[in-house]
Ligand binder design. Structure first.
Ligand SMILES: NC(=O)c1ccc[n+]([C@@H]2O[C@H](COP(=O)([O-])OP(=O)(O)OC[C@H]3O[C@@H](n4cnc5c(N)ncnc54)[C@H](OP(=O)(O)O)[C@@H]3O)[C@@H](O)[C@H]2O)c1
Length: 189
């Protein structure tokens, strides 16, 4: 069955964006960027694929992306209505009207929706974010892939907006980069 993978960039203190959605504090480490572009080219937004030499790159791991409205909105504000045109795009929102024929707005319960998606054939499903959607989808996340950058912000949008519920995880893989960033893959213990 296809997996739901939360693949996300985070600070050392567990934030995926600043309190107002800031993200320019994430350093652009070329070693991590090169590895990720090679291994998950489909996670590069359509607008940046040509300049990254990925214009025609095939989808290697994911063919579907899930976003909360808070994750989709920064692109929308820039006039980009289809940020990952090479993927099937689902945006969860109860307030957004249709924005683009390539983007499906979902009002259903995220857990049930993902359970149905997993029954369909296809590659793995990328949960792009954000913390609110990830918190609700926690029971359906099969793998957590954290790109951890050596930076702290103190407060912001957490990786998960979820109740206090400790859960042991297994580390399925760790990679560290000369720049100080790491990519750690976790599964449920
Ligand atoms: N560092 C990274 O890799 C990374 C990745 C992704 C996102 N981000 C950042 O994270 C921030 C967004 O995260 P967030 O936690 O604030 O928001 P979010 O999870 O992206 O979106 C929250 C919105 O999703 C909709 N939603 C949530 N639950 C729903 C449900 N059950 N049914 C239907 N719609 C539902 C609601 O939209 P409505 O209010 O319209 O109903 C809600 O306001 C942004 O700043 C983004 O840039 C960072």
């Amino acid at each position: 069955m296809r997996k739901l993978v939360y693949y996300v960039a985070a600070t050392v203190d567990g934030f995926i964006a600043g309190p107002r959605g800031e993200f320019d504090f994430f350093p652009m480490h070329s070693d991590l960027l090169a590895a990720m572009n090679a291994e998950q080219p489909e996670t590069v937004p359509t607008a940046f694929r040509a300049q990254a030499g990925l214009a025609d790159a095939p989808n290697l791991r994911f063919d579907t992306v899930l976003m909360g409205r808070g994750t989709y909105e920064p692109a929308l504000k820039e006039g980009i209505t289809s940020p990952y045109a090479h993927l099937r795009q689902y945006v969860f929102s109860r307030t957004l009207a249709a924005t683009d024929p390539e983007v499906e707005i979902v009002t259903d319960d995220p857990v049930g929706f993902v359970q149905r998606l997993k029954q369909q054939p296809g590659k793995d499903i990328w949960l792009c974010g954000g913390g609110s959607l990830a918190g609700q989808l926690l029971p359906e996340i099969d793998e957590l892939m954290v790109k951890r950058y050596p930076v702290m912000v103190g407060s912001g949008i957490p990786m998960f907006d979820a109740p206090f519920r400790p859960a042991p995880l297994s580390v399925a893989g760790t990679r560290t980069f000369g720049s100080g960033a790491s990519v750690v893959t976790y599964t449920w213990a």
